[in-house]
Design a protein around this ligand. Structure first.
Ligand code: CTP
Ligand code: MG
Length: 391
């Protein structure tokens, strides 16, 4: 049996109305680019067999980052208009000839799994089906700043993507349109209508926002955050004794010192305490559960991966790390001069802005084992936000 359902995600636009240094589909929304969110939607959907991204030739490196770990087809390069970008996606799939195709804008990262299922189901009734929502505002026809007519809202709909088509019908319609030099249809449904295909509606989603302007990004982040209302805080603690060596690793930074730290992996007490804090906020055990100290593969290992792993677990649970805070306890080395280097490196490892990482240090006033200079301890606190639906 051939491929049943393919999805094309168009991401070749330049996002001019959204401004900024990065095309909007690559800009992070709570740390995850819109394009990644859109690709994941189809990648994880049980009824979608293939995902064909369409990107701009200048974005190949950005795309590789955005699609890391996602099993999607190699991207193809889009054209000067959205319509031409969709056509390159369709042509790339022509040899495979899936039965159905969904066409989706990378600029709509919030479409739900249920919407994708509805799109596919609607094709039982027609060759073309699109998601629509009622228009709540009254809509006027204008000339300059004068109103010339008021439209009947009951007969108007705002339409979204993913739009769904029998693959062959849409490919033929696109080929006919470009032969006729029609290259600027605003959506695939408009092109299908032009080609005489019957287009039916299914229920869209008000939450399926399209990112167009800078304001849309601010609104989208607020919406995402309001869904992450399960705020959890947890601590972590670690200590390592000094041993032979000429440096210590703290927060992933190599700090020259007359002694080293002894222990599991690179003995980075700061990263270990932070990792335990994040795992604590997830209530997913501690560092030793995930990286057993007796497992030879972690001997001398860089501890970066432990913290990165814990933060990725937060992402996999649909959440974000909101803040990381830690205090180092040692008589030596002096931490102050390295504070910003530690914050920068930890922020990199955790994929956070540096403003969400705090590092403090104190001596132990010569008291106890820390005071005698026998080792370094670290306390950490992690704050994470998870979806409220979490058990
Ligand atoms: N798109 C595309 N190829 C183009 C133009 C647009 O693949 N030549 C994609 C965009 O990347 C986006 C979707 O079509 O995912 C909808 O287009 P739009 O929101 O207009 O995005 P941009 O064209 O990038 O934005 P702008 O019009 O503000 O420049
Ligand atoms: Mg555009």
């Amino acid at each position: 049996m051939g491929i049943a359902v393919a999805a094309i995600v168009v991401a070749a636009g330049r996002g001019e109305r959204a401004g900024g240094d990065l095309p909007k589909q690559y800009r992070p929304l709570l740390g995850i680019p819109a394009l990644t969110r859109a690709l994941r939607l189809f990648h994880r959907h049980p009824e979608v067999d293939l995902v064909q991204p369409v990107i701009h030739a200048d974005d190949t490196t950005r795309f590789e980052q955005a699609a890391t770990g996602l099993d999607v087809l190699a991207p193809v390069w889009g054209g000067a208009t959205r319509q031409e970008s969709v056509r390159t996606g369709l042509e790339a799939l022509a040899a495979i000839e899936p039965e159905l195709v969904l066409v989706h804008d990378a600029a709509r990262p919030f479409a739900s799994d249920a919407l994708v299922s509805r799109a596919i189901a609607a094709l039982r009734l027609s060759d073309a089906a699109i998601p629509a929502v009622p228009i709540l505002d009254t809509v006027k026809v204008v000339e300059g700043d004068r109103v010339t007519a008021t439209l009947d809202r009951a007969s108007l709909r705002a339409v979204q993507t993913p739009q769904a088509f029998r693959f062959r019908a849409l490919l033929d319609a696109h080929r006919a349109a470009s032969q006729a030099n029609r290259v600027d249809f605003p959506d695939d449904a408009a092109l299908a209508e032009w080609a005489g295909i019957d287009v039916i509606l299914f229920a869209g989603e008000p939450s399926n926002l399209k990112l167009t302007t800078v304001d849309d990004f601010a609104r989208a982040e607020i919406t995402l955050l309001s869904g992450l209302s399960d705020i959890r805080t947890a601590n972590g603690y670690d200590v390592h004794a000094f041993g032979p060596g000429d440096h210590v690793m703290l927060g992933g930074v190599r700090i020259p010192h007359a002694r080293g730290l002894a222990g599991h992996s690179d003995a980075d007490v700061l990263l270990h305490a932070l990792t335990d804090a994040v795992l604590g906020a997830l209530a997913e055990g501690d560092i030793g559960v995930h990286f057993p100290p007796n497992d030879p593969q972690w001997r001398g290992a860089s501890s970066d991966r432990f913290l990165a792993f814990a933060c990725e677990r937060v992402g996999l649970r649909g959440g974000v790390v909101a803040h990381l805070d830690a205090t180092l306890l040692c008589e030596e080395p002096r931490i102050g001069p390295y504070r910003d280097a530690l914050r920068t490196r930890i922020a990199e490892i955790a994929s956070l802005p540096v403003t969400r990482v705090a590092i403090k240090a104190t001596t132990n006033e010569k008291l106890g084992f820390i005071g005698r200079g026998e080792g370094i301890a670290a306390f950490a606190t992690a704050t994470i936000r998870l979806p409220w639906s979490e058990p």
